[in-house]
Design a protein around this ligand. Structure first.
Ligand SMILES: *[C@@H]1O[C@H](CO)[C@@H](O)[C@H](O)[C@H]1NC(C)=O
Ligand SMILES: *[C@@H]1O[C@H](CO)[C@@H](O)[C@H](O)[C@H]1NC(C)=O
Ligand SMILES: *[C@@H]1O[C@H](CO)[C@@H](O)[C@H](O)[C@H]1NC(C)=O
Ligand SMILES: *[C@@H]1O[C@H](CO)[C@@H](O)[C@H](O)[C@H]1NC(C)=O
Length: 290
């Protein structure tokens, strides 16, 4: 069931590359008219070229994302939640957003829920060169940036929109910061996004999120509101000595760090979204050609 759904979603994503937006029923991977060996070579060559255009060293992960990312290229990454299908939907939404925003999607590994072990790179589970070719978008796995768990990895912080907070309900616990971020020496600094208008399914369309992520004015306006009204999060007065071991801020929503000097930005080289599951229709049929 999960595999069938995944295949369906990949098919839908693939139609994004078609100018006129093929109907779901008319799409097929099987009627490629060229010789399969030539076709495979074309796809792999193109994938190789893409890697060369978006990574400093396509052949070896670096010790930091920052040192692996190329000037002039912009990236987007996304957390995840749920089982494999939900994790996949998050990744497909990330690829779609990356295409809308002309960024490279950095795709998290799958975390073991329905299979044994801990994490599996998307490179090991899906044919990424073919998927990206069909979808006409740029993407890479986490594993091409930093090797999970390596001791000399540099610790990095990433400002990240907590979209799930705005999509479903206000977080009752901290935004998901799956262990995989920690294992990649990454700490997410969460920011509350605005509440987005919902479609008839009760969730926002991916495009609505994309409009916000691509609009620096809207983000700056919103960040002002957040700082002023939302993440209450005023630093504790320095003269307050009532609780020697108290945190340095009070009235803080868990998971959000008001003292962070890293703000998400439409101009940032790397944009982050906590997860993109309950966004748009769960079956992806609302995706529009871009
Ligand atoms: C695949 O089939 C569709 C519908 O029959 C057709 O319109 C399209 O041109 C075919 N594509 C290729 C690459 O043959
Ligand atoms: C998309 O980004 C690439 C950089 O990777 C750039 O070369 C290209 O001009 C951009 N396209 C548009 C339409 O902005
Ligand atoms: C960006 O956001 C601002 C403020 O919300 C809005 O006035 C403007 O129309 C938006 N720009 C685009 C291109 O959507
Ligand atoms: C601490 O400083 C604030 C202003 O920064 C002031 O309103 C408050 O009265 C001070 N508290 C004490 C105990 O001095």
């Amino acid at each position: 069931m999960a595999i069938a759904l995944a295949a369906a979603l990949i098919g839908v994503l693939a139609t994004l590359s078609q100018r006129d937006g093929l109907r779901w029923s008319s799409f097929s991977f099987d009627n490629v008219s060229v010789d399969p060996v030539t076709e495979r070579l074309r796809v792999l060559t193109q994938y190789r070229q893409m890697l060369g255009a978006i990574l400093r060293d396509p052949d070896a992960p670096a010790t930091s994302w920052a040192s692996q990312m190329l000037d002039g290229e912009k990236y987007l990454t996304c957390g995840f939640q749920g089982g494999q299908t939900n994790q996949l939907i998050s990744k497909l939404n990330a690829l779609y957003l990356a295409k809308l925003l002309n960024r490279t999607a950095i795709l998290a590994p799958f975390t073991a829920v329905h299979f044994k072990g801990a994490y599996r790179s998307i490179d090991d589970m899906y044919d990424l060169p073919r998927l990206l070719d069909s979808a006409g978008t740029r993407g890479i796995s986490f594993e091409r940036l930093k090797e999970r768990g390596r001791r000399n990895n540099e610790h990095e912080h990433i400002a990240c929109w907590a979209i799930m907070d705005a999509v479903r309900y206000r977080y009752e616990r901290p935004p998901e910061n799956p262990a995989v971020w920690r294992l990649n020496a990454l700490t997410l600094e969460f920011w509350a996004p605005p509440t987005f208008p919902s479609n008839e399914n009760g969730f926002p369309d991916v495009e609505v999120i994309g409009d916000f992520l691509g609009n620096q004015t809207a983000q700056n306006n919103w960040l002002e509101t957040v700082r002023r009204d939302l993440l209450p999060q005023q630093p504790r007065a320095h003269n307050d000595t009532s609780a020697p071991r108290a945190p340095t801020v009070e009235n803080v929503v868990a998971g959000f760090n008001p003292l962070s000097d890293r703000w998400p930005s439409a101009d940032a080289q790397l944009q982050c979204i906590d997860a993109l599951f309950h966004v748009s229709d769960a079956f992806g049929l609302r995706y529009k050609p871009v």
